[in-house]
Ligand binder design. Structure first.
Ligand code: URA
Length: 436
C-alpha cells in the first residue's frame, strides 16, 4: 500500500477501506508517513468528506493508537459527558457530583483550556491543593468509593489524534465534520465509557456557528458511538452567549458551587439538569427523562450533590473550606466595571469575544505554554433579553495588577461583544435539538 494512492483515492471522492485508513493512521503515528502526505489526505477529506463507516474506522484506529482505559473494575454503567467547548461552560463541575449522587459512577478525564474556551481541569485547580493527577488504581478506587473522580488525561491516550489535530490546526483542516467527530469520539472511546452524552454547542462561542452544522456534527458523533457499540446521544445547546454569568477559573467554580446549592443561574442549572437526566437514563437509574429529573432535583435540594463535590475535593487533596465558603477561592485584586453606552435590550453577546477578553485578563491560555491566573475573568451582569440603561454595568472584569496593561483592550472587547437593540428581545432557547 502507498500513501499517495490513498490520498488520490480520497481526492477523487472514493471510500477508503478500514485497512487503508489503519495503514494511514499507523504509518503517520510511527513517523513513516510524513506530515505533507497526511496534510494532503486531511485536505482531501475536508473537501470529499467520509462515509459513516470510514469515520467509525478512523475513530477506532485513532482510539487504539495508544492506551485504552478499561473501566471494568468500576461497578455500574459508566456514562461519560463531553461538551464541544464554549465560554463559561462549567457543567462538568455541577453534573459530575449531581449524577454521582444519583448513583451513576463518573470516571471523568477532562482537558485544559486553550484560546477563548476554558478547561475543566484548569477550573478545578483553582481549588487549593486539588490534584488532577491520580494513578489509575487510585482513580478506580475513588470512583468505586464515592462515585466520582475528575482527572486530567494521562499516559499515552490517542497519540494519533494528538498528532493529526496538531497538523490540522496549521493546515486549515480543523473544521471538517468527520475529522472533528472522529477526533472527539476517539478520546471518549479510549477513555472507556459504556455510554456517552454529548453536549454539542451551537452559536457565536462554539466550534459550529450554525444549528445545521451542529446537528450534522452531532449526527456524525452519534453514528460513530452506535457503530462501535457505545450508546450515544447528543444535546444541541446554545453558545450564542456564555453559559451562566461567571467566566474564569475560580469564578466558574464559585458559580458551580452556587448551582449545587440551588442558588446558581437558571440557564446553567437547566442545561445541567437536561444533560444529567440523559446520563441517568443511559446509566439505567431512571426509565425516563422526567423520572431522572425528579431524582436529580431531589439530590440538589437535599444537598447530596454538593456533598458529593466536597467528597471529591477532599479525596483529591483539595481544600473543602473553599467549597463551604467560596469567598476563600482565589480573588482578583481589581474589579472594573464595563458600562453600557447605549440604552435598549441586549440582543446578542459574542461569546467568543467574551472568552478572548477573559483570556486577555489572564484567565485563559494564548499558547499551550501560557500560565493562567486562576482569579482572573469576568462576571456578566446582563444577558440576552435584559433591558439596559446608559451607564448601567454590562460586566465586571476581575484582574490582578500585572494584567492592567490589557485592561483597555479587554474592556473594549466586552463592550463590543454586546449588541443592544431598541426593541424588546426574546430570551434564547437553551436547547435546540436532541440527536439520538
Ligand atoms: N476538539 C477535538 O477534540 N477535536 C477536534 O477536531 C475539534 C475539537
Amino acid at each position: 500500500m502507498r500513501a499517495v494512492d490513498l490520498i488520490r483515492k480520497k481526492r477523487d471522492g472514493m471510500e477508503l477501506t478500514g485497512e487503508e485508513i489503519g495503514y494511514l493512521i499507523k504509518g503517520y503515528s510511527e513517523g513513516e508517513i510524513p506530515d505533507y502526505q497526511m496534510a494532503a489526505w486531511a485536505m482531501a477529506v475536508y473537501y470529499q468528506g467520509m462515509s459513516a463507516r470510514e469515520t467509525a474506522d478512523l475513530t477506532l484506529h485513532m482510539a487504539s493508537s495508544g492506551d485504552m482505559i478499561d473501566l471494568a473494575s468500576i461497578r455500574g454503567v459508566k456514562v461519560d459527558k463531553h461538551s464541544t467547548g464554549g465560554v463559561g461552560d462549567k457543567t462538568t463541575i455541577v453534573i459530575g457530583p449531581l449524577v454521582a449522587a444519583a448513583g451513576v459512577p463518573v470516571a471523568k478525564m477532562s482537558g485544559r483550556g486553550l484560546g477563548h474556551t476554558g478547561g475543566t481541569i484548569d477550573k478545578l485547580e483553582a481549588i487549593r491543593g486539588f490534584s488532577v493527577e491520580l494513578g489509575q488504581e487510585q482513580f478506580f478506587r475513588q470512583v468505586n468509593e464515592i462515585g466520582l473522580a475528575v482527572v486530567g488525561q494521562s499516559g499515552n491516550m490517542t497519540p494519533a489524534d494528538k498528532k493529526l489535530y496538531g497538523l490540522r490546526d496549521v493546515t486549515a483542516t480543523v473544521d471538517s465534520i468527520p475529522l472533528i467527530a472522529s477526533s472527539v469520539m476517539s478520546k471518549k472511546i479510549a477513555a472507556g465509557a459504556d455510554a456517552i452524552v454529548l453536549d454539542v454547542k451551537t452559536g457565536s462561542g462554539a466550534f459550529m456557528k450554525t444549528l445545521d452544522d451542529s446537528i450534522r456534527l452531532a449526527k456524525a458523533m452519534v453514528d460513530i458511538g452506535t457503530q462501535v457499540g457505545r450508546s450515544t446521544i447528543a444535546v444541541i445547546s446554545d453558545m450564542d452567549q456564555p453559559l451562566g454569568y461567571g467566566i474564569g477559573n475560580a469564578l466558574e467554580i464559585q458559580e458551580a458551587i452556587a448551582t449545587l446549592r440551588g442558588e446558581g443561574p437558571k440557564d446553567l442549572e437547566e442545561v445541567c439538569l437536561i444533560l444529567a437526566s440523559h446520563m441517568l437514563v443511559l446509566g439505567g437509574m431512571a426509565e425516563s427523562e422526567e423520572e431522572a429529573r425528579a431524582i436529580l432535583q431531589q439530590k440538589l435540594e437535599s444537598g447530596e450533590a454538593l456533598d458529593r463535590l466536597k467528597m471529591m475535593v477532599e479525596a483529591q487533596g483539595g481544600d473543602i473550606s473553599q467549597i463551604e465558603n467560596a469567598e476563600l477561592l482565589p480573588q482578583a485584586e481589581l474589579h472594573v466595571e464595563v458600562k453600557a453606552e447605549t440604552a435598549g435590550f441586549v440582543e446578542s453577546i459574542q461569546a467568543e469575544e467574551i472568552g478572548i477578553a477573559a483570556m486577555l485578563l489572564g484567565a485563559g491560555r494564548e499558547t499551550k505554554d501560557s500560565v493562567i491566573d486562576l482569579a482572573a475573568g469576568l462576571t456578566l451582569r446582563k444577558k440576552i433579553g435584559d433591558p439596559v440603561e446608559v451607564g448601567e454595568v454590562l460586566a465586571v472584569l476581575h484582574l490582578n495588577s500585572s494584567y492592567e496593561v490589557r485592561l483597555e483592550e479587554a474592556s473594549r472587547k466586552v463592550r463590543e461583544a454586546y449588541g443592544i437593540s431598541d426593541d424588546k428581545v426574546p430570551r434564547r432557547p437553551l436547547v435546540f435539538a436532541l440527536v439520538t
